[in-house]
Write a protein that binds this ligand. Structure first.
Ligand code: SAM
Length: 244
């Protein structure tokens, strides 16, 4: 069955947007995934097509109404049941590659894109929405976050990436690199603007190359991401210093 994404948004014309290009776009045209968008405003019931209202308790901004959002979720579920419904929000669990793999293993996703101050809490609870954040910053709407999540998912769908191995070797992949950032890459020319490619990569010694890449991945992770490095040490039982 085709992996199916439904996006609930006030701006349905934003989709597929960038997801219609390049790798995700080709996969879409090849039928490896499908996307539809639901205009939340079309589920408003008053003649002004109101989707938001002022927050109880006062304060700035507007809140998306639970009844309107709920009707949009019901329509998406009717188009493809048994898919987890996700609300993109800075308050959510941070998106990571393990979560992406989990989403890819299922039949697809329903993605709710907030606007204004967000959606009424009751619809989050009533629908059991999974709250997911793409990072500790605030976007003006959930649409770019939905695109980020979908891009990360689509490239892992079977047959989407050219080389089957490329998803397994990269940052955050299983195969022992779960908590490591990727090592640096080089291609031709072997020397460019006085900068040479590390000689080991030209040596033809596969074991040495693998050792160098592991050491570089550890060095970069230790320098840039102490949080990941601490997890790597914990899971791999390594010393504090990266391999030489
Ligand atoms: N009042 C909210 C807060 O302080 O957490 C921010 C609302 S934001 C202006 C509007 C919408 O953008 C949110 O409802 C959410 O759907 C989306 N959004 C903003 N930042 C996001 C992030 N880091 N991850 C996922 N979605 C985000």
């Amino acid at each position: 069955m085709t992996w199916h994404a439904s996006v609930l948004t006030l701006f349905p014309e934003m989709f597929p947007g960038p997801l219609g290009q390049s790798l995700a776009g080709k996969a879409l045209r090849d039928g490896r995934w499908a996307i539809d968008s639901f205009d939340i405003r079309s589920f408003a019931t008053d003649r002004h097509r109101t989707v938001d209202d002022t927050p109880f308790g006062g304060g700035a901004g507007m809140v998306m109404r639970p009844d309107v959002v709920d009707a949009a979720i019901a329509a998406a579920l009717a188009a493809g049941p048994d898919r987890p419904a996700v609300y993109l929000t800075p308050r959510g669990r941070p998106l990571d590659q393990a979560m992406v793999r989990d989403f890819v293993a299922g039949p697809g996703l329903i993605l709710l894109c907030g606007r204004y101050e967000g959606v009424d809490q009751r619809v989050i609870e009533a629908r059991g929405l999974r709250e997911v954040s793409i990072g500790d910053y605030v976007l003006s709407g959930g649409e770019p976050a939905a695109m980020v999540l979908l891009d990360a998912c689509v490239r892992l769908l079977p047959g989407v990436m050219g080389a089957a191995a490329s998803g397994e070797e990269e940052s955050f992949s299983p195969k022992g690199r779960e908590c490591l950032l990727e090592y640096p890459h080089y291609t031709r020319p072997a020397e460019w603007q006085g900068r040479a490619v590390p000689p080991v990569l030209l040596s033809g010694h596969h074991a040495e190359v693998a050792r160098w890449r592991q050491a570089e991945a550890e060095r970069i992770t230790c320098e840039r991401r102490p949080d990941l490095w601490a997890r790597h040490i914990e899971t791999a039982g390594r010393d504090r210093a990266p391999a030489a």
